[in-house]
Design a protein around this ligand. Structure first.
Ligand SMILES: C[S@@+](CC[C@H](N)C(=O)[O-])C[C@H]1O[C@@H](n2cnc3c(N)ncnc32)[C@H](O)[C@@H]1O
Length: 287
């Protein structure tokens, strides 16, 4: 693994961790809303996928790699799960730990590289969940998924909520939908690295093939649009508070924002199938 690349990622996130943008996620009112209504921390479709797989999360072992703002971590903890939150940026974890301590949430925080998950026990977790801009920082997708598969229990589940790769090539010529001239800003096949060598624009096939190669079985793929009432794909959540209602609505109107016609997000649900056991069960049923 390229140590210089990882160091750059850590430095970038050390800066972002203290930014107004990330501090806005840590306001009391934001955290209280998650604790009172944990499902509100998820896109409705993603929540439906999680809830279908685990109608009750109480006592489940959940790992959230690249946990970032930790909103999903707080939600899982509020639902009674045993959560381990991992990130490569110690500052992100420190901020999240302060919130967890203040609200008496029982969460373990560990500095871990998502591609390695070195200190995470194999076969331990019922659910591994990653969300919102995790893959863009990952240079080795296969390694990441091999380790996610490793730490899952047999029949354990991996669920994600991620930026849809189709949203990467397209943009407006003046950066805003008002211009409405859609341009192709890059070839879909160009996966990077971009920026300072730290960002990757993986295609759907890169992510799904890495999942399948790791031994996880894809059970469900959902391609979703940003949610009009609480989405934050087109603008920061803080901006929503001061934006006129019509301006918000325009982002979700295909006539005014043609790019809202392609999916902005996707969710997968994958299982670590116990082939040996399932084979025996099948044989058992047949005999
Ligand atoms: C955009 S956030 C996504 C997570 C979260 N859902 C959020 O929205 O804040 C990206 C996070 O991934 C972390 N990260 C980047 N590369 C990582 C790696 N190799 N291992 C673990 N965490 C990593 C960053 O420190 C950051 O906290």
């Amino acid at each position: 693994m390229d140590e210089i690349y990882l160091q750059k990622v850590i430095e970038e996130w050390n800066d972002i961790a203290d930014s107004d943008w990330y501090m806005s996620y840590r306001k009391d009112e934001v955290v209280q809303k998650i604790l009172e209504e944990p499902e509100s921390a998820f896109h409705r479709t993603t929540w439906e996928v999680i809830h279908t797989a685990f109608p009750d999360l109480k006592g489940r072992n959940i790992l959230v790699p690249s946990s970032g703002d930790n909103r999903a971590v707080f939600a899982f903890a509020a639902l009674g799960a045993n959560v381990v939150s991992c990130d490569i940026c110690e500052k992100q974890l420190q901020h999240a730990k302060e919130i967890a301590d203040k609200n008496h949430l029982n969460i373990q925080f560990r500095v871990q590289n998502t591609m390695k998950l070195t200190d995470m026990e194999s076969g331990k977790f019922d659910l591994v969940y990653t969300s919102e801009g995790v893959h863009v920082w990952i240079s080795h997708l296969k390694e990441m998924y091999q380790n996610i598969a490793r730490v899952l229990k047999g029949n354990g589940i991996y669920i994600n909520y991620e930026i849809h790769p189709f949203s990467r090539p397209f943009a407006y010529d003046d950066g805003k939908p008002d211009g409405r001239e859609v341009i192709i800003r890059k070839d879909y096949e160009m996966t990077g690295p971009f920026e300072e060598g730290t960002e990757y624009h993986w295609r759907l096939q890169d992510i799904l093939n890495a999942i399948c190669d790791s031994g996880l079985t894809l059970k469900r793929l959902e391609e979703m649009h940003d949610e009009k009432d609480k989405g934050h794909f087109w603008f920061y959540e803080e901006e929503r508070k001061t934006m006129p209602k019509e301006e918000i609505e325009a982002y979700y109107d295909i006539e005014k924002n043609p790019l809202c016609g392609i999916p902005q997000w996707f969710t997968v649900c994958c299982v670590k199938e116990l082939l040996g056991r399932n084979c025996k069960e099948t044989i058992g049923e047949r005999s």
